[in-house]
Write a protein that binds this ligand. Sequence first.
Ligand code: 8YV
Length: 306
Amino acid sequence: MACPMNYYLEQQLEKRFKLFRFWTVPDKSLFLASHKDSIQAVVGDASSGADAELIEALPKLEIVASFSVGIDKIDLAKCKEKGIRVTNTPDVLTDDVADLAIGLILAVLRKLCESDRYVRSGKWKKGDYVLTTKFTGKKVGILGLGRVGMAIAKRAEAFCCPISYHSRTEKPDIKYKYYPSVVELASHCDILVVSCPLTKETHHIINREIIDALGPKGVLINIGRGPHVDEPELVSALVERRLGGAGLDVFEHEPNVPEELFGLDNAVLVPHVGSDTVETCQAMADLVIGNLVAHFQKKPLLTPVV
Ligand code: 8YV
């Protein structure tokens, strides 16, 4: 196990395999050198996977099973080259991540966190509270109309929001309006939700131009990956109110979050919890175990990527 993820997963792994908790190992190089002939599987997640260096250090590695749908922390090319299988946890987390995206939209527009602080601090007794912004009917733009993007669109439709999207190619049989570029999408929506995979092409896909296109009333929601966004640009746009607001589940250098954001009432910050419900984490863990068991029993993998 590359890093701590989930206690249930850890227990289940321990029951079936000889488990090493890599993050607890004081001397990583020494550990890798002494276990290079025995380690056959790596379990990673969104924060720590298997890079080229780790893969090269484990010549007996057969499979990398990720406790995440995103596989940007795994060197897929290296895995392909070496015939190492890769699995992830799609579908089981789609609802939770989409729910959180809607939660963040509501939290930003209706100032839920600030209102909560207002009540707790006793300010309610002392004065009026500012008005917030309506969500129903706002134009929602989705960057990346995959499983999660579709689930967000479906939910936003229930709020009577016109939906549009951008992805690498226009999807057939989709009723939502397609924009061939991110900047066009951003200029035609009130709320832009980032829900695409992190690749070389989507790194910093949200830059100054996109933020300016969203404008002072626009809201950015990121439930994808931190590096999708040029974070210093986002921070200065929020500080200078060139962007209306942001709801962020992910950050460029997790768990470090720019401190300039802490005092802002137009940003809602949560610690990468998109799929963190008891139900979904258990389903993800079961999928990780299911893939590993299938692999070592020489059965078809449940959710193969490579
Ligand atoms: C997971 C995620 O919670 O699935 C992903 O790609 O980013 C999250 O849903 C994460 O992998 C756990 O670290």
